[in-house]
Design a protein around this ligand. Structure first.
Ligand code: PLP
Length: 285
């Protein structure tokens, strides 16, 4: 057992000792896709949702990955089981198009995709501690619905947020809000939960999807329709969702106070989400 565990194409070891071959196309082109979720009691949360999205990203990038869902689950579980105890772990995995000499077109058919996994201890942020956001123009390409490894605009956006003592960067194309650097964003307005539609401008977040379902289950109507920066600034509450932090409220954007006008509905959604996470990561006896 190790505190942080790495895996590459079947080889497992302490993360800091693992090596990857120089020809892996992830290194040159970001030519691959990834997934990430939290693990509690050695049970990865919402794994089937993540695997659905993983196979969809692979299909859209035409990566000929042949491992079955059950085989991927088994490899992930080996890594989870090799980690030292922690109340929560963060589990990450990526698949690249394979190892070959650098060349833009796809390599020959005998080159097999690679599977890389790591796990580390994770501390979830307290749900009552609000996020502070900055806003930035969304300069990403139009494949945001695919969870590719190409994350440079998001890296830069998140760095700008951190430099300003903030947690996340909310991105907009013109006035239209898309999502955050590594989270989706939704608003509560007049009792309705509203979020951008899952088109090619945003990642179809698993947490976003669950939040929409939970809202409807609790009698909160939902609307998947783009909203503007002005509507964001005037929202009753702002909710930032991601697998690593679940549902966080936002209290400021560019240092201007926002939200705070529908705390009951916000808390209902946060509590419902946490309850779902805890229930689905509790072992069945
Ligand atoms: N949007 C982007 C750009 C992301 O990178 C992520 C997570 O990494 C999300 C949204 C949230 O998605 P999920 O809820 O599936 O973690």
């Amino acid at each position: 057992m190790w505190k942080t565990v790495g895996y590459y194409n079947g080889t497992i070891g302490p993360l800091e000792e693992m090596m990857v071959p120089m020809g892996d196309r992830a290194l040159y082109f970001g030519d691959g896709i990834y997934e990430a979720t939290c693990v509690a009691n050695r049970i990865p949360f919402a794994l089937d949702d993540h695997l659905d999205r993983m196979y969809n990203s692979l299909r859209l990038l035409e990566i000929p990955f042949t491992m079955s869902r059950e085989e991927v689950k088994a490899e992930l579980q080996k890594v989870i089981d090799a980690a030292e105890d922690s109340p929560v772990h963060f589990l990450y995995w990526q698949i690249s198009r394979g190892v070959a000499m650098r060349n833009h077109p796809f390599p020959s058919a005998d080159v097999k995709p690679t599977l890389m996994i790591y796990i580390k201890p994770h501390t979830m942020k307290p749900l009552d501690k609000p996020y502070h956001l900055i806003s930035m123009e969304d300069i990403r390409f139009k494949l945001c619905n695919i969870k590719t490894l190409n994350l440079i605009p998001s890296v830069l956006a998140n760095q700008r947020a951190v430099e300003q003592g903030c947690d996340e960067a909310v991105l907009h194309r013109g006035s239209r809000v898309t999502e955050c650097a590594h989270s989706n964003i939704s608003i509560l307005k007049d009792g309705i939960l509203r979020t951008a539609p899952a088109d090619e401008l945003i990642l179809p977040g698993i947490t976003r999807k669950h939040l929409l379902v939970l809202a409807r289950e609790h009698g909160i109507p939902t609307l998947e329709k783009p909203f503007s920066m002005v509507e964001l600034m005037n929202a009753d509450e702002i909710i930032v969702t991601s697998s690593s932090a679940l549902c966080m409220k936002a209290a400021s954007i560019d240092r201007i106070p926002v939200g705070g006008k529908d705390p009951k509905r916000l808390k209902l959604l946060q509590d419902a989400y946490l309850e779902k996470f805890q229930r689905e990561t509790t072992p069945h006896t």
